[in-house]
Design a binder for this molecule. Sequence first.
Ligand code: MGD
Ligand code: MGD
Ligand code: SF4
Ligand code: MO
Length: 728
Amino acid sequence: MPLKISRRGFLKGSALTAGALSLGTLGALDFRTWAKTNAAAPVRRVPTICNGCGNRCGLFAYVKNGRIWRIEGNPEANGNRGVLCPKGHGYLHDLYNPNRIRSPLKRVDGKFQPISWEQAYQEIAQKINLILMENGPESVFWVNYPQPNHAYALRFMHSLGSPHYFTHGSTCYTARNAAWNHTVGKLPSNDLANSRYILVIGRNPAGGVDLGQVKDIVRARENGAKLIVVDPRHSETAILADEWLPIKPGTDLALLLAMINVMVAERLYDARFVKENTVGFEQLEDEIINYPPQWAEKVCDIPAATIVRITREICRAKPHALIHRGYHGAIGAQYLNSFQTARALAIANALLGNINRKGGIYFAQSAGLGELQPTHPIPAGPAGPKADGTGIPGRYPLGSYGDGISHAIPELALRGILKCGFVYHHNPLRTNPNPKRVIAGYKKLDLLVVIDPVLSETASIAHYVLPASFYLETDEAVDTKHSGKRAQVSIQQKAIEPLFDSRSGFQIICDLAKHLGSARFFNFTLDEANELRLKPLGASLKELRAKGVLAVGPSWKEGIGKLETPSGKVEIASATLEGLGYPAIPRWQEPLVSPDPKDLHAFRLIHGKQAMHTHAMTANQPYLMAISRRYDLIRLWINRSRAEKLSLKDGDMVEIKSLVGEGKIRVKLTEGLHPSCVWLPSGYGVFSKHLTTAYDQGLSYNDFLPTLFDPTVGHAMSSEVIVQVRKV
Ligand SMILES: Nc1nc2c(c(=O)[nH]1)N[C@H]1C(S)=C(S)[C@@H](COP(=O)(O)OP(=O)(O)OC[C@H]3O[C@@H](n4cnc5c(=O)[nH]c(N)nc54)[C@H](O)[C@@H]3O)O[C@H]1N2
Ligand SMILES: Nc1nc2c(c(=O)[nH]1)N[C@H]1C(S)=C(S)[C@@H](COP(=O)(O)OP(=O)(O)OC[C@H]3O[C@@H](n4cnc5c(=O)[nH]c(N)nc54)[C@H](O)[C@@H]3O)O[C@H]1N2
Ligand code: SF4
Ligand SMILES: [Mo]
């Protein structure tokens, strides 16, 4: 299926609004009639987990006569504490979405035919056996959204002898994680609620929703904390802030280096903490003189006086002050310098003396889940490294071996190294950069099996599609997502019976393994596996099922102790990085590309989440799409002064072009965006014709991105693209 990047007219698109909102399309009329006739029926409450995004908030599903009646947030769950976001409320209705797959499908002559589970498993197993024979186990891969089943997916790959288990990390967070790992030994959390001064750089918890964080920020603000947001765009979190600092995208490293420069020059840092708990401060002192605020101002567009002032302010509030540990926006997988930026961010926090301190950056308590072995044998690990080069000196030495570099899969397929893949809860054709190349790579596979509740773009080109049951129909593995000041375990469990012939992810993994001769590694039921997971925590499955989440283990305590770094301390200078040929101390590094300031049409293309959509996954939800249309949110943001130079008015249609893609979209003129960039909401651009609500609405930043791998961790550098914007 060729990717159609030019889109239908948007004025025409918005005329569809009334139709899309009509009750008939949403099935709401049916629900009302049903609600009336069932008003007196008894209500059953089932605690479970929301699957509207990776936050996996705790919720209660209320069921009447076998139908979902309503949901509400579980007040005990750390991550959301009683509330749910619009995506959560909207996505639940996809349970009844007519686009759901109703049985296993096989693609024959370009068309899908329903088949039985047994036929699907047998045919898949037979094909894999041939591929294993001809190409060896390394030619088989599994890629998924990281979720509680991943341990079983990994076990499945290892049972076949393949190292090729991947997550979506290289398009999301790998630069951030690597930097924190190499500075403090692991990824920490933010103690926002107790902070007196919160600096958020390239993170937007009110839009890239994290409900617990938003609650904590609001609480901190009520207690007098100051909130500063650094973002090229006036984000949803900037709305809550005391100050918004519109930075030039890709230059946060300059800001952070200058802040560190001021901390050192004015002796504002926590000297005792630095002496007792860090290594390499002297080297930092020597090098940081290169980065005075006057220099940074020219690079990042934040006035030197402002940099000095916020540095003094945050240092006055230390140690109950923090720079948000970050996620995707500036430091996850965006720029050539994202790894160095994340390192500088971690070091600046350490200079505040806030590591594992109240109101600072802290290490969340983690629930150490029990293992399946020795009762259930573990397959021997695979012999070789991953073909993507993660963890290999000279390739991507700081790449996360556990995550792999999933957007390299199409390249490895085109080179004939990967031949057969399972894609689970993941949609690379839409969420990886450069879809033409991704399509070519995934189409090259001899066998592609997609496990999804709907025919996503990726499922649309699969040889076999296995219908995953919807989260409200499914029991799954015990999860630890909600750990905070106390560790928590949570559980997803079925509220209603599956509407169609679908199966849980856990069951599909076990079934596939059994059909491939790995039954001995899957000789347990879900309940047995869950009991074993809970065993060392002293928690009972029965109680967890009744409550949905349980707090386990001791409470968090302040104090740093020995860190999981080579020196056991905060590594301001890192000997490991130096040994690998990277700077021991973060150094200024230009972004990979920059728009030519003399070219009126050239902009950096950046992107971000909107609060009512998850990735490209919820755009097919009619209620959520109705919100997008009602508030005219499917538009490209452009700075008003730049737009006027291109004779653009609010709502005009533009054409965007990059080296790899082009498309048309309407613009939103705003003062709330740095003039060097345009900003595209990241939830649209669905091109699977099977997703009838989402199809052909808006564009995706991936359409314009070349296939890139940053040279340290191998992430996608998804904001390193210059586009030409022209009025049509
Ligand atoms: N609504 C919603 N919430 C979600 C998700 C979702 O899909 N939808 N997904 C979840 C997931 S998987 C993730 S990874 C998180 C992501 O959460 P975030 O990291 O907060 O998400 P983004 O919206 O990608 O980026 C945040 C901000 O970074 C800004 N930004 C872009 N470039 C730069 C830059 O160079 N410098 C600075 N300072 N800022 C920049 C963007 O304008 C944006 O406002 O959200 C989670 N929550
Ligand atoms: N266009 C675009 N690309 C992006 C982003 C974006 O916002 N927009 N964000 C980037 C980031 S931060 C991330 S983390 C990645 C995320 O990207 P992906 O890992 O691809 O995740 P999603 O797009 O959320 O969802 C993938 C698929 O999971 C399916 N699914 C939902 N529930 C279930 C279930 O219970 N079981 C199974 N088997 N399948 C299920 C959905 O139908 C969907 O097809 O994308 C990155 N790339
Ligand atoms: S943030 Fe929203 S969509 Fe994500 S898990 Fe929580 S309620 Fe569901
Ligand atoms: Mo993400």
